[in-house]
Unconditional design. Structure first.
Length: 408
């Protein structure tokens, strides 16, 4: 009976045009068909758009990359010239986004290669290595910025508000144009890059408002405060990106995949006895993989196993899992004791209080970031209204002292 089920297992895969095969040669053929039906964020194939769309997306990312790279050089020199740590910190933030752009551009080119004899899963996991290097660079830069800017909170230095203003205007223009161009792209990668660029636009709007406040109210402490705020935001992103990257490297279960729900739905299929040897991981944080063995009841015939397998794969696909391998086993292949030992158990993940706080309160969408900018504008406006007028002339120690005041 065992050999009979294995024979039908192969026959089922050969006739299911959108499912993946369990054997290496057939799996490659089916994955090619499956990729025509789904958009992969890091694959960016978009086969139905043709080669022109792929080239257009690569060109857009390349333009955005070089625009940001040139502007970062201007930012660093501009930050030194204006004596503004807020601009230097923003330059660090833009450096991180530019490195991400470079990775995206590289992945657009590498994605054309697909899988080969050396990398049977393709080149998607290369993005993890790039993300790790990017995060370490930003982590070191952020810690350096903090050590330099904290003394300025106690003794604020005078920043060139005029230079800050014009750099902010150029920053808004450069990142705004790049974001607009990327938002018109057809690939998911282009849209994701557009969101990062819009985030940079909001950062430069904050610098623009800070320069106005410094110019009219002489509140030079705004510059180091803004620098600390941007640095803490970068550190927040870096720490959580590092954690997510390491989890993917260690082939942890993707946090968005509900294993208990998948198991519950599959076990509810009539004729399914158990779900064993289930493994779920992610290639790159986007393309998730699942392999499992489904054990059938004793009374299930071979013909019914085809239907059960198809239903199981349809359930799994609902949970955004791209690569699926399901092996059907009959009840006699596993003893009762073995089934009990290998039955899949779901353990609730205990989240730390800090992670719960960030997941609940830290914004992840563009709308929330817009709300943060509005709140920041409101705070600056309140400070602007409460701050005293700046003196036109500083006290000159060589100026004659009022006799009456000195006598008193």
């Amino acid at each position: 009976m065992k050999h009979k089920h294995e024979h039908h297992h192969d026959h089922d895969d050969n006739h299911d045009s959108h499912d993946h095969h369990d054997h290496e040669h057939d799996h490659e053929h089916e994955e090619h068909e499956h990729e025509h039906e789904h958009d992969h964020e890091h694959e960016h194939g978009h086969h139905h758009h043709g080669p022109h769309s792929h080239y257009h997306g690569e060109k857009n990312i390349a333009i955005a990359f070089f625009l940001n790279l040139v502007f970062i050089v201007i930012e660093f020199f501009g930050g030194l010239f204006t004596n503004s740590f807020a601009i230097l910190t923003d330059a660090l933030h833009d450096l991180g986004d530019t490195l991400s752009l470079g990775v995206s551009w590289y992945l657009e080119r590498v994605s054309k290669k697909g899988k080969d004899a050396r990398f049977s899963l393709g080149y998607r996991r290369f993005s993890l290595l790039a993300a790790l290097i990017n995060s370490l660079i930003l982590l070191g830069g952020s810690l350096f910025i903090l050590t330099e800017v904290i003394p300025r909170l106690i003794h604020p230095h005078h920043a060139n508000s005029t230079g800050m203003f014009w750099l902010a205007v150029v920053g808004i223009a450069v990142h705004g144009v790049a974001a607009y161009r990327m938002s018109k792209g057809g690939s998911l990668n282009e849209r994701a890059v557009a969101l990062h660029l819009m985030e940079d636009v909001f950062g430069w709007i904050a610098v623009l408002l800070a320069s106005i406040l410094i110019h009219f109210k002489d509140l030079h402490i705004i510059d180091p405060l803004l620098s600390v705020a941007i640095t803490l935001y970068i550190l927040y992103k870096v720490v959580f990106n590092l954690k997510e990257t390491l989890v993917i490297f260690l082939q942890g279960v993707p946090p968005d995949v509900k294993i208990d729900k998948i198991q519950e739905e599959i076990l509810a299929i009539k004729g399914v006895c158990a779900m064993c040897d289930t493994n779920i991981w992610s290639l790159d944080g986007v393309n998730n993989v699942l392999t499992t063995h489904i054990v059938l009841d004793k009374k299930v015939c071979a013909e019914d196993s085809f239907v059960i397998k198809r239903k199981a794969k349809e359930i799994i696909e609902k949970y955004d899992i791209k690569h699926i391998t399901v092996e059907i086993e009959c009840h006699e292949e596993r003893g009762e004791v073995e089934l009990k030992k290998e039955e899949f158990h779901v353990h609730e993940k205990n989240k730390g209080k800090l992670r719960q706080f960030f997941e609940e309160y830290i914004p992840k969408t563009l709308k929330s970031k817009i709300l943060l900018v509005i709140i920041f504008i409101a705070i600056l406006f309140i400070l602007f209204m409460l701050a005293p007028e700046s003196e036109e002339h500083e006290h000159d120690p060589n100026a004659p002292v009022n006799v009456e005041e000195s006598h008193e």
